[in-house]
Structures are given as C-alpha cells and as structure tokens.
Design a protein around this ligand. Structure first.
Ligand SMILES: [Zn+2]
Length: 435
C-alpha cells in the first residue's frame, strides 16, 4: 500500500498540475491502487484458508489414519474385520505375518494398529502394526489380493546420562534417587542390583553418596522416548564402596561385575523384597513375640503389606509347599547343592508354584500374609547353607557368572570407557556421550 502511494507521488512530482498527464497519472494511480488491494485480499484469503487447513487439502493429498489400540480380548482377525476386511483377506494377512515376520500375537494395551488411506475416500493402502516405540510391521495393501509385509526397526540414538545424589538425614535411598532425578524404572533396576550387596535398612546412612550411569533412547527428531540399561552404579555403603558395571561377554550374555571383574549378581538375594523394612533380624536367641519364651530366630523378617508378591531369592526348584503351625503357608526352594531358602507366613501361593516347579530368580512364589505364628503381615525369610540356618545379611554368597581371563581383559577396557564417561558427564552434564 505504502509502495503504491510512493509510486503515485513520484509520478505526480514528475508533471505540472495543469498538464494533461495529471489525468493519466490519476488513472495509473487508481489502477496500481486497485491491483495492490486485490493482491492484499488474495493474500489474506490464502492465509485464512491455510490456517483453516483447507489449503493443504487442495494442494497436498492428505493421508488419513485410523489408529486402533489393541485391548484385552482383541485379535488381529477381530480388528481387521471391524475395518471391513473379508474373511479371505484376513486369512491371507494372518498367514503372511506368521510366515514373513513371525508375528502371531498382539499385546493388549501395548500394540496399536494404524490403518492408512491415501485420502479419506480411498480404500486402505497400508496397515502398520506398531509394536512399541522402536518396532513396527508394515503391510502394503496397494494392490487387491496382493499383500506384502516387512519388519521395520526404528533407528534410535542411545546416549548415556549421569546422575549423582546423596543420602540426607532421615532419607531412604529411594527418596534420594528420585531427588537426584533418576527415572523410576532405572531406580528399580538399581535397587535390584544393589540388593545383592546391600541391606538397604542397615547400610544406608546420611552423607553417603552414589551415582548411576544409564542409557536414554532418543528418536530421530531428538525427543527422549525411553530409558535403556543401567551401565554403572556406585554406592558408598557402610561396608565400603559397592560398584557395578554392565558388561556383555563374548558369548552375548550380559551381567554386572564389580571393579575387579567379579560377578556382582549373586545366586541369592539377601533381601527378596526390595525396600522392605527389617522388623526382626537373625539371631540365635530372641524372645518370640507370640510364644513369649526365648528361642532362636532362624531368619529375617521384612515388613510388607498383605498381598505383596514374594520373589524367589534365586533360581532353583521348589522342594516344599505347605502349611505348618509356626510358618503358616510356606515355600522352600533348593538352589544348588549348598543353598536352600524358605519363605513363610504367606497369605497364598503363586499360581503354578508346586513341589518340583523350577523357578527363576525374581519369580513370584507367593504373597505376603500373616498365617502361622505371626503378629502381622510380613515375610519371614531363611537361608539354609549345607543344612544350617545362616544370617541372610552376612552370609557370603556365590556369584552366578564369573569372567574367564579373555573376557576379563575386555571387561577392563569397557570399565575404563565407562569410568571416562562418568568423569566427562560429571564435569559437563550437557555433553552428548554414547557408549
Ligand atoms: Zn521371622
């Protein structure tokens, strides 16, 4: 507008008021003004249509997505049938998925299916089965009766993050970890690891420092999607510094090792239930709370609410499952030729756990209760070594997975890399470090 007026002014300055070119200049000025107004109206119109989304439909064909979340009880057939696929199509798609990408099951509340049309009026041209943030299966339905599918792994950028913290007066490790900004899932993994070496009730004191180095996965657009593995943990416990490093052996098995390369994951856990308060320790003599007279307490009591799952302290085979007056409902597991563990006062047993059942470390064998001679819901936990009851908090436990010399050499190199990453991120937390 301003420009148009300037041009008109210039034209006017160029001639005398009385001359005939004044009329010409006036006509020209009106034409220019008219064109300018027209251009502005068109521009405003374009802005309006673009904002309302109409323009993208006019210029770019818009893909239409229908995303279905897999719910409990859903099957692929049911979902495809709801989207109008014929029985014959459903059969060929299911067969192809099984044969080409080994997909037979959908997971409720996790998997999603995206039905894509080139535009709303067109038939479905692609089906994308979204299996978590990093994996999807694409089915091309471009031509009638011809199906093609492929597994697509989404590229992720794994970076490492360092977090450090300190236990304050009246703190628990959990609270201090949350305050340090450690994500809940990573903190749970750290707990599981430290539980092999520490008794959280007795080893945690104000002033102790700790750090965790863990992975975070980023998508191509630089957004943080989820966390990966714990790479290193360090905790200044009362008994000395506990340090663990994640390491993959030449055969592909992954484990955690201390700074000298000794297996950090033990065949048994001292505290099967993480973060549970010890209400009674192992002792050869104590006054029994129900019986009233003094007798040995052959295990450790952990306070936990009724129904809390009780995980097996280590892998083994169930050798007893039953009820007696003292223990109430109990389960006993033999882990190897040396160790057995016993879990008492259960409210109920876990499904499928019977005498003879093989259990994994961490597998739920029953649920906390107060059956037998018990004053309230708790887990009574015993470790029996060569037939003798031992103190779960102090007994020396064997490592599952020690390293041979060749693996130990590689481990030491890996440890050096991890330590260097810790030092770098300690100084410059914003640096991007990949390991
Ligand atoms: Zn007890």
């Amino acid at each position: 507008m301003k420009k148009a007026k300037d041009i008109i002014r210039k034209i006017r300055i160029g001639c005398k008021k009385s001359c005939r070119c004044v009329c010409r200049a006036d006509i020209l000025s009106r034409v220019i003004l008219g064109v300018a107004i027209l251009l502005m109206v068109v521009a405003l119109g374009l802005v309006f249509f673009y904002k309302s989304g109409t323009i993208s439909n006019v210029f770019v064909p818009k893909e239409s997505h229908t995303v279905v979340e897999v719910k409990s009880g859903d099957t692929l057939s049911k979902i495809l049938s709801n989207e109008g696929f014929s029985g014959k199509d459903i059969e060929s798609i299911s067969k192809m998925l099984k044969k080409e990408v080994g997909l037979t099951t959908l997971y409720a509340n996790k998997d999603k299916i995206d039905f894509i049309r080139d535009d709303e009026t067109k038939p479905i041209s692609k089906i994308v089965i979204i299996k978590g943030p990093w994996n999807r299966v694409e089915i091309d339905c471009g031509q009638p009766d011809v199906w093609q599918c492929q597994n697509i792994e989404i590229e992720r950028d794994t970076r490492v993050t360092y977090r450090e913290g300190e236990i304050l007066e009246g703190d628990s490790f959990y609270l201090a970890g949350m305050r340090a900004g450690i994500p809940a899932g990573i903190l749970a993994d750290v707990y599981d690891l430290l539980a092999f070496e520490m008794d959280f009730e007795r080893d945690v004191r104000a002033g102790q420092k700790f750090y965790v180095l863990y992975e975070e996965n980023f998508a191509a657009d630089n957004t943080k999607v989820d966390t990966g593995h714990v790479l290193a943990v360090s905790f200044e416990a009362l008994r000395g510094r506990v340090q663990m490093y994640r390491f993959k052996k030449a055969d592909g098995t992954v484990g955690y090792y201390d700074e000298s390369g000794n297996g950090a994951i033990k065949s048994l856990k001292r505290t099967p239930i993480n973060n549970a308060k010890i209400t009674s320790s192992f002792s050869s003599r104590r006054k029994h709370p129900v019986l009233g007279f003094t007798r040995a307490h052959k295990g450790v009591d952990f306070r936990a609410s009724t129904g809390t799952p009780i995980p097996a302290a280590g892998a083994g085979r169930v050798i007893a499952r039953g009820f007696n007056r003292g223990h109430g409902n109990y389960v006993k597991i033999r882990h190897n030729g040396t160790f057995e563990t016993l879990y008492a006062h259960m409210s109920r047993f876990a499904k499928g756990v019977n005498v003879g059942t093989a259990v994994k470390q961490g597998q739920t064998v029953g649920y906390v209760g107060s059956t037998g001679l018990s004053t309230g819901p708790h887990l009574h936990y015993e470790i029996i070594k060569n037939g003798q009851h031992v103190n779960p908090m102090t007994v020396k436990l064997p490592a599952i997975n020690n390293l041979d010399n060749a693996n130990k050499k590689v481990f030491m190199e890996r440890k050096t890399q991890i330590d260097a990453a810790v030092e770098e991120l300690k100084l410059n937390p914003k640096n991007i470090v990949r390991l």
